[in-house]
Design a protein around this ligand. Structure first.
Ligand code: BJW
Ligand code: ZN
Length: 239
């Protein structure tokens, strides 16, 4: 681990273009539950059952109650040293891009500015009728919430299963993955597409790819180095 750590640190320091992909594991160290695994239950619901357009059409109140519960929880959480280290990577490397699957906004709170929140943001709402997207930090949000412009039903501005990611985000991420010298993959189970394919894209484009995760993942076999450990302990050591 010590020599692997040194190697990744050297690669990061020498990178002219650095990309970082994060998942729920980086926020687990701030106290935000992950989606999967032993502690990975969101109040006894599986993301696959509630995070779908069909679930929202069927029972928007239930889905909004789930999001209210999560907004209440996330509102009390703060970025941890791994989020702060990612901000420092951005400051040090001229060509930097952060791709996060997390919707909690903790990377932005920490100070990251060059990022794609590819699954959206829990602090934004979108009108199901006129499509307007607005910041909304109400905790709790009134159920059901309606658009102040057209009175249409609001939904979380989040990418649910079966929905497409934004084309702009995908293009930006693809450019970063194809051009980076180094990709750090932090705290993701690597099973939700398209993000699950991002490490392969970087690897096939010649990048050095390192994973930081306490557990093995589908990425572990393809990356150059797997650093086994918690994000808040390992990522700051890469500075
Ligand atoms: C730590 C740690 C510590 C813990 N430090 N690490 C078959 C094949 C391929 C694709 C599909 C398929 N069937 C369906 C699909 C498509 C589907 C998909 O991928 N499904 C898979 C489940 C198979 N994908 C989609 O639908 C996407 N859209 C799309 O592809 O459009 C085109 C299309 C549509 C339909 C069919 C085919 C193509 C959209 C995906 C949107 C996902 N959104 C969610 C929910 C958002 C809801 C919300 O948050 O409110 O986003 S799913 C959920 O998983 C959430 C996460 O961002 C995402 C990834 O999870 P993540 O971050 O990896 O978390 P965990 O919990 O899984 O893992 C945590 C990790 O941290 C673990 O490894 C721990 O070990 C580690 N860890 N402590 C470091 N301290
Ligand atoms: Zn509207």
């Amino acid at each position: 681990m010590a020599s692997d750590l040194g190697l990744v640190r050297e690669k990061v320091a020498a990178a002219r273009s650095l990309a970082v992909l994060t998942g729920a594991g980086i926020s687990a160290d701030s106290g935000v539950p992950t989606f999967r695994g032993a502690d990975g239950l969101w109040r006894n619901f599986r993301a696959e059952d509630l995070a779908t357009p069909e679930a929202f059409d069927r029972d928007p109140r239930l889905v909004w109650e789930w999001y209210n519960w999560r907004r209440e929880l996330i509102a009390t959480k703060r970025p941890n040293p791994a989020h702060t280290a990612v901000v420092e990577f951005e400051r040090r490397c001229a060509q930097f891009w952060l791709i996060t699957q997390n919707v909690d906004g903790l990377h932005r709170s920490a100070g990251s500015t060059k990022l794609s929140e590819i699954h959206g943001n829990i602090w934004k709402v979108r009108c199901t009728v006129c499509g307007v997207i607005e910041d909304n930090h109400d905790v709790p949000i009134p159920i059901l919430p309606f658009c102040r412009h057209c009175k249409g039903l609001l939904r979380p501005h989040i990418v649910w299963f079966g929905e497409s990611l934004s084309g702009g985000d995908l293009a930006r991420c693809s450019a970063a993955l194809r051009s980076c010298d180094v990709l750090l993959v932090i705290g993701t189970s690597g099973i939700v597409y398209p993000a699950a394919g991002f490490a392969s894209v970087a690897k096939e484009s010649g990048a050095f790819v390192a994973e930081i995760n306490p557990d093995a993942t589908p990425h572990s076999g393809l990356v150059d180095v797997s650093l086994k450990g918690r994000a808040k302990e390992v990522v700051p050591l890469l500075l």
